[in-house]
Every structure is written in structure tokens, then in C-alpha cells.
Ligand binder design. Structure first.
Ligand SMILES: [Zn+2]
Length: 282
């Protein structure tokens, strides 16, 4: 504690120009930062394929976020949003499921002084098209991926619905760390990939221990809507229902144990309240 802060605390005097540092421990831990980006939106006519009937809730729009995690030992991209080409057409477009992307991720990265070659690591919750949209543009990052996800994504015949190899084929030969289970990215417990398979063979979520904001779980597609969480709804497009339910249990136990904030990545109503880059959580 600085002499200035001690003086302030003990004499309880307010002196302009002195910064009160009541939590030096928090300050030394606040090397970790989380930036949140809008990487597109999806609009569904019907949400029945999420195992939610259309008259239960009236939500039809999903946000598609990307995240950048800054640690003193390196920078991690978590999830890659919709393909950048989605931004070539203004507004909503497509057939059946509509999509839109108002600003590409690389455009937004420039605002915090980064580009697609600024990442040490890239990890995607899973390889569905709406999570790896910029994967081929990321350059020089080491991919951290579950071995089962890698094998399914690069099989001779890709059979997982929602996987589009044209979006991520550059990753096949990129530097990678193949994991089977949980992985502590920087070795200090602050950034941990948690295995949560079922939605896809190697689906995973991200646990962050932020000094000031507290622990957070970025939950990938473990759930798509808040109701999915409360009622343990497993969508139809899911490779292993029992495994998904077991992953829900495991992640919920972690949330309970750590008191982490739980972020449903696709939940628009939650996302609109978040501070977006260039602001950050620390
Ligand atoms: Zn998704």
C-alpha cells in the first residue's frame, strides 16, 4: 500500500491528487482484460429446433459475439462470429435463417489497436459456422482445440451439422494444442478452457477469473436462450444429448463453486447490457 493510501485510510482525510488504493491485491491481479465484440446476429422464423415451442417465448434474434482476452502472457481470441463476408450485404439477408453483420471483427479490432495477426492463441467454443466465421483470417495464432472437435472438423467426410470446413480449413495445419479435457491457458488458473462436449464432439466453454468483475463463464452454445438453461433444453442440432446434459451439470457445478457470472453467449437481451470494446472488463 502506498504511503499516500495509508495516510488516506488512517487519517480519513480526502486529499486531492492521491489515488486511494484500497485493494492492492486486486490491482496486481487486474492484468486480465476481457473485450466483447458484436460479430453479427441471427434471426429465426421458428425456434422449435432449439426445443422451445414458438409460443413459449417471442425471442427470434440471437447475437453472435466474439471476445478478446488479454493476459500478461498473451492474447486469446475466443469465438469468431459470423463470416466477414456477411457484412458485404447491408441489413438482414438470407433464406429461412437470416443473418447480418454490421461491422467486421477486423474493423472493430482496429479500434483497440489490433488486427488478425495480434493473437497468440485462438480457441472456439465449437466449430459451428457462427463461431468460426473469422477463423481463416486469423494469422499466426496457436489453435487450442479439443482433439475430438479437431478430428470431427477435419474428417475426410465432415458429418457434424453446422460445420462448414470452407470457413476454417486454414486451421488444419496451423500450430495447435490438442486437448482432451480442461486446459489452463496461461498456467495461473485465470483463463481456463472447460471441456463441455455434447453440442458438438469437443464443445468447450471459457472460465475467466477477472480481478474486479469477478469470475465469468463464457458458455459457448451450452445454452442458446435463458429458458434453455432453466429448463435444460437440448436443441435438436446436437450430437449427443446425454453428454450435453452431463456437460450442463459439470459447468453449473463450476458456476456454483466459483460464484461465476454466467454469460449465455447468444442471448441478445444480456449482450445489449454489456460494455463493448473498446471498453473492457477487468
Ligand atoms: Zn452458436
Amino acid at each position: 500500500m502506498t504511503r499516500c493510501a495509508v495516510f488516506l485510510l488512517y487519517a480519513m482525510l480526502v486529499i486531492s491528487g492521491c489515488q486511494v488504493d484500497v485493494s492492492p491485491e486486486a490491482k496486481t491481479k487486474s492484468v486480465l482484460k476481457l473485450y466483447v465484440f458484436d460479430c453479427g446476429m441471427l434471426r429465426f422464423e421458428s425456434i422449435e429446433s432449439f426445443s422451445i415451442s414458438d409460443d413459449e417465448i417471442n425471442i427470434r434474434d440471437l447475437i453472435v459475439p466474439c471476445y478478446v482476452v488479454e493476459h500478461e502472457k498473451g492474447r486469446l481470441l475466443w469465438d469468431g462470429g459470423l463470416p466477414s463476408k456477411t457484412a458485404n450485404v447491408d441489413g438482414w439477408h438470407g433464406e429461412g435463417m437470416l443473418s447480418r453483420l454490421d461491422r467486421t471483427f477486423s474493423e472493430q479490432l482496429l479500434e483497440i489497436g489490433l488486427d488478425m495477426s495480434s493473437f497468440d492463441y485462438a480457441a472456439y467454443s465449437h466449430m459451428h459456422f457462427d463461431h468460426v466465421g473469422v477463423a481463416n483470417e486469423v494469422n499466426g495464432a496457436t489453435l487450442i482445440i479439443q482433439k475430438k472437435e479437431y478430428d470431427a472438423a477435419f474428417a475426410d467426410e465432415v458429418t457434424v451439422p453446422g460445420f462448414d470446413p470452407t470457413l476454417y480449413n486454414n486451421l488444419k495445419d496451423s500450430a495447435r494444442i490438442l486437448i482432451e479435457g480442461d486446459h489452463d491457458v496461461f498456467g495461473d488458473g485465470l483463463v481456463r478452457i472447460i471441456s463441455a462436449p455434447g453440442h458438438t464432439p469437443g464443445h468447450q466453454v471459457l472460465f475467466l477469473d477477472l480481478a474486479n468483475s469477478g469470475p465469468v463463464v463464457l458458455s459457448g452454445d451450452l445454452y442458446h436462450f435463458a429458458i434453455s438453461r432453466w429448463e435444460r433444453r437440448v436443441p435438436e442440432f446436437n450430437v449427443d444429448r446425454d453428454m450435453t446434459l452431463a456437460s450442463m451439470d459439470r459447468v453449473e457445478a463450476l458456476v456454483e463453486e466459483t460464484g461465476a457470472s454466467f454469460w449465455i453467449e447468444h442471448e441478445l437481451a444480456f449482450f445489449v447490457q454489456l460494455n463493448k470494446a473498446p471498453a473492457y472488463y477487468d
